[in-house]
Ligand binder design. Structure first.
Ligand SMILES: *Cc1c(COP(=O)(O)O)cnc(C)c1O
Length: 429
């Protein structure tokens, strides 16, 4: 067999043209927005105790449809999932200085939402198979101050919810699911994100379905739902007239999503199952083509779960390959495989945590009396997550492209070509 010269060394590219960008927005969304623009009422929320406290007709229609789709009692829209996470942490009744256990292998907002209520993020390590928070690491990080667990269904695969809910029950903790990357997937025949006390989804433009910006909270708890709605919409001005007596965290924001976004959301929700199925089809074809390559681990999907492949996660066996991830990414990129990355810079290694400077300049909340112990954010606390980012994780950003079978086959060819040239790559290390 003749081995073709790598594009990195002047050969021709395995993928000559860039793939089509993912775009779930079409004529349906355009039509749905027209009548709202014509009406001139782009949002109908009022920040006081009034029927419009719950928003206009499209907000409510979208929320009722999400309740039916996700199989939950309450779905509550917000203007981003970052807002949704902040509302969720407040609604479960967190106190300043309470600790919330979260994984560092995520987008920064998962942990920032905890800080926004002056609570303290504590980082637990992840499972090497699913990249979600590891239940035994959660247990090791529980202290008398722990109040909640924030579990992220990262890349599109659910966290180990049975184990997490069991820990929560034994220790009297609340659980929040950040399911931004896994809408429409299943955990033991229930929709991922709905097993926690409160969970939800992002509707930003990278995600499977989107409304430009937006987010969606889901819960089966009436009390949490009411508090989420209050935090979304100026709680402090509403509680008295609504007859709400528990003022814990009834500090409101404007987290309201508009009529146009919700009209688009209604159309997007109809497409979600097909969009996820399309992503799964492409991922499974990719796995079938890549799984035989030496030193490369294709994604693991637990038997009782489905995967949404926001990111297609691969693991490199660097020792076996004898080539660094940087060199492999370089070689694949030269072949035309765009969108490869080394995964998340661990959140606890961001400057805010390393220097413990968040609110103001003097180390609040860590240096204040509300923080009752010296919380450790040094490198080494999450060896699995840190190691993945340092050397062995290789993520393909499937969310960016609309991949046809032909495209997937080209990606497979590019990988095979690079793998056939591994010995030559070693020479340039
Ligand atoms: C996208 C995302 C968020 C933030 O969602 P926004 O709607 O952009 O605020 C939070 N967590 C995870 C895991 C995400 O992927």
């Amino acid at each position: 067999m003749t081995v073709k010269t790598l594009a990195l060394f002047g050969g021709s590219k395995a993928i000559p043209e860039p793939f089509k960008r993912y775009n779930s927005i079409g004529q349906e969304e355009l039509e749905s927005v027209k009548s709202i623009v014509e009406s001139g009422v782009l949002s109908q929320f009022l920040g006081c105790w009034d029927p419009d406290f719950y928003g206009g007709p499209k907000v409510q229609e979208f929320e009722r449809q999400c309740e039916a789709y996700f199989g939950v009692k309450h779905a509550i829209t917000v203007n981003s999932w970052t807002s949704g996470l902040i509302a969720a942490v407040g609604a479960i009744g967190i106190e300043p200085g309470d600790e919330v256990i979260v994984s560092p292998w995520t987008m920064c907002a998962s942990a920032t939402a905890i800080l926004m209520w002056n609570a303290i993020p504590v980082f637990a390590d992840i499972e090497p198979e699913t990249f979600c928070i590891n239940p035994s690491s959660i247990e090791k990080n529980i202290t008398p101050y722990t109040k909640a667990i924030l579990a992220i269904d990262i890349f599109g695969h659910s966290a180990d919810m049975d184990a997490i809910m069991d820990i929560a029950e034994r220790h009297g903790l609340k659980v929040i699911s950040d399911t931004a990357q896994a809408p429409g997937t299943l955990y033991k025949s229930q929709k991922t994100g709905t097993l926690a006390h409160v969970g939800g989804y992002s509707l930003n433009y990278h995600k499977h379905i989107h409304t430009g910006e937006g987010g969606l909270l889901v819960t089966n708890d009436d009390d949490i739902a009411e508090r989420l709605q209050l935090i979304r919409n100026h709680a402090e001005a509403v509680v008295e007239d609504k007859g709400v007596h528990n003022l814990t965290n009834m500090v409101g924001y404007n987290f309201r999503l508009g009529e146009m976004e919700c009209a688009i959301g209604i159309e997007q929700l109809k497409k979600l199952d097909d969009l996820v199925a399309g992503r799964q089809r492409a991922a499974e074809r990719l796995t079938a083509g890549l799984h035989e390559l030496e030193g490369l681990r294709t994604p693991i999907v637990n038997p009782d779960c489905t995967h949404a492949y926001y990111m297609y996660p691969l693991i490199l066996d660097i020792d076996k390959l004898g080539v660094s991830r940087t060199r492999i990414i370089e070689a694949l990129a030269a072949e035309g495989v765009d969108g490869l990355a080394g995964g998340y810079v661990n959140v606890h290694l961001l400057p805010m945590y390393q220097q413990k400077i968040a609110f103001g300049s003097k180390g609040f909340p860590w240096t204040s009396d509300i923080c009752r112990r010296d919380v450790n954010y040094t490198k080494g606390i999450c060896p699995v997550a840190e190691g993945l980012h340092d050397s062995s994780f290789l993520g393909y950003e499937m969310c960016v492209y609309e991949l046809t079978d032909t495209d997937v086959d080209l990606i497979i060819q590019a990988f095979k070509k690079v793998w056939a040239n591994i010995e030559k790559l070693k020479l340039v290390e």
